[in-house]
Design a protein around this ligand. Structure first.
Ligand SMILES: [Zn+2]
Length: 238
């Protein structure tokens, strides 16, 4: 799966055209929207055409096409449209998403390759991440707040690359979680996101260009979820 927003996370507005339409839904020739997945919420935004506009309220994949679900059932004339992502929402998701990678990197190191069992970002600027760390001391997890904020302040570049699936599977920790690893591309590659020098892992979301574009975070809470799992809640501190 190659998404426009993977290559161009800064391009939030596009002139494009409708290539298929049904009541309340359209397919665009090119879409700037992140359709959700891997714990990151789907983008919000609008499409505008000559005589009107509609809010995007969701996304649906059907027979290989990405349908943009609209807040109107009325017919949208085909042809040229402007598609625009809600910039504040996207920025918040990129910040939170990048910060969950930093948390994940530190937990992976501190707790001997601990795996992520779930992640979910919320639109209020918070996120939760579940780790399989049966013997973790919750205070040690809480104490990661300082080191996370140090790494944010260091403004570390975040890069991505596409790696053949068999190579990715051979590198320990690269595919750390079924819940966040994206599906492979048609040519059998998987998208790898790297916080340079700190962590590499398969991921299909949108991230910052470097960690310093995030505000500091707070660790709100660490909960036990069953015998094996710890749930860490973080929030952007702004
Ligand atoms: Zn990611």
């Amino acid at each position: 799966m190659h998404l426009f927003c993977h290559e161009h996370p800064e391009t939030l507005s596009l002139e494009t055209e409708i290539v298929d339409a049904r009541p309340g839904r359209v397919v665009l020739a090119q879409s700037p929207f992140y359709p959700g997945g891997g714990g990151q919420l789907a983008d919000r935004g609008v499409i505008r055409w000559k005589s009107g506009e509609a809010k995007i309220v969701g996304f649906e994949y059907s027979s290989g096409k990405l349908w943009h679900l609209l807040d109107t059932q009325s017919d949208v004339a085909g042809g040229a449209v402007q598609a625009a992502v809600d910039p504040d929402f996207r920025r918040r998701m990129r910040q939170l998403h990048t910060d969950t990678h930093i948390l994940n990197a530190l937990v992976f190191r501190a707790f001997d390759g601990a795996l992520v069992t779930g992640v979910q970002m919320a639109d209020d600027g918070s996120a939760r991440m579940d780790f399989d760390v049966p013997y973790a001391d919750n205070d040690r997890l809480r104490a990661l707040e300082g080191p996370i904020n140090d790494l944010i302040r260091q403004d570390i570049p975040v890069r991505f690359a596409y790696v053949p699936m068999h190579e990715a599977q051979a590198e320990r920790g690269l595919i750390r979680s079924r819940s966040v690893a994206p599906p492979p591309t048609p040519d059998g590659k998987v998208r790898i996101v790297e916080i340079t020098g700190l962590d590499r892992q398969a991921c299909g979301g949108t991230h910052l260009g470097s960690t310093g574009a995030s505000p500091p975070i707070r660790i709100l809470k660490v909960d036990n979820k069953g015998r094996h799992n710890r749930r860490v809640r973080i929030a952007l501190a702004e």
